[in-house]
Design a protein around this ligand. Structure first.
Ligand code: GLU
Length: 279
């Protein structure tokens, strides 16, 4: 098996659950014998990610035997570094300020992006934002695609060469108005900075890769390969999340379940989910 630098990058919006464990196992397995498995905490959302939850997630991972083979990055410690990237994109005229509220976007948007979000109708692309509004910063996707010569592709482990559809996401937010950064921006920066050459994650993020590939090209970062894993679903048919308390590693721990048993549970649930790998 080839070796890679991979990462498990949870957002600590709740306790670690079996879906996370599958993701961590997937990343570690893909690192191979002489590769590196890294852990990164994606906690830029200060409302939803608390320091207590970050600590709990890291503690559960350690209890399960997941060791980061390099420094653990906490994105909240590096906000100025991500914001600096926006300065470069701003200087090139590739991002613009947007003062629209959610309600205004909902009133004017006519399309949904592949991730289910509303496609920005472009209202602020060519007009100034009124001074009483703190702006978000959006990527001018058409300009960005022009600057890099069209949609970049990527290699996916199972599906082979993929042609992206970043245009379908429209002008995504790169700098949120509350913290000046965004998931797309931070994940792109950190994957490059940590030398991740194989990005492993759930199929729910498959389409977003198109946006990350655009950013990698704009920022001059190398192209990693990608491997997606099937998602675990709760009894209600929805993706496992922090709402599924029964699946939280913390609860299993408190009931006396041993790490090996938790890993076996995750493996069994994953084998079952694999049957529905394409959602
Ligand atoms: N932090 C993201 C999440 O927990 C994953 C990001 C990624 O793997 O690209 O859903």
């Amino acid at each position: 098996m080839t070796s890679h630098t991979t990462r498990f990058a949870p957002s600590p919006t709740g306790y670690l659950h079996l879906g996370h464990v599958v993701s961590a196992m997937h990343a570690r397995a893909h690192a191979g014998v002489s590769g590196r498995f890294l852990i990164r905490i994606e906690d830029i959302d200060a409302q939803r990610c608390t320091p207590e939850l970050s600590t709990a997630v890291l503690d559960d991972l350690a209890w399960l035997g997941f060791v980061s083979e390099g420094p653990i990055i906490k994105q909240s410690d590096h906000l100025p570094r991500y914001r600096a990237l926006l300065d470069g994109l701003r200087a090139k005229g590739l991002i613009y300020p947007c003062g629209c509220t959610r309600a205004e976007i909902a009133a004017h948007s006519t399309q949904r992006a592949p991730d289910g979000s509303l496609v920005y109708p472009g209202t602020c692309r060519h007009q100034p934002v009124s001074a009483d509004r703190v702006p978000a910063w959006r990527l001018d996707m058409a300009r960005a695609l022009d600057a890099i010569g069209g949609e970049p592709g990527w290699h996916e482990e199972v599906r082979g060469r993929i042609v992206g559809d970043a245009a379908a996401f429209g002008d995504v937010v790169l700098g949120r108005r509350d913290n000046g950064v965004s998931y797309h921006l931070c994940v792109t920066q950190d994957d490059a900075m940590q030398g991740i050459d194989l990005v492993t994650r759930g199929t729910d993020l498959f389409e977003s890769t198109a946006v990350h590939r655009v950013l990698q090209e704009l920022l001059g970062y190398p192209e990693p390969a990608y491997a997606h894993h099937a998602l675990l679903f709760g009894a209600d048919g929805k993706k496992l999340s922090k709402r599924d308390g029964a699946e939280a590693v913390r609860n299993l721990r408190e009931c006396g379940t041993m790490p090996k048993q938790v890993l076996a549970l995750a493996r069994a649930a994953f084998t079952q989910a694999g049957m529905y790998a394409d959602r």
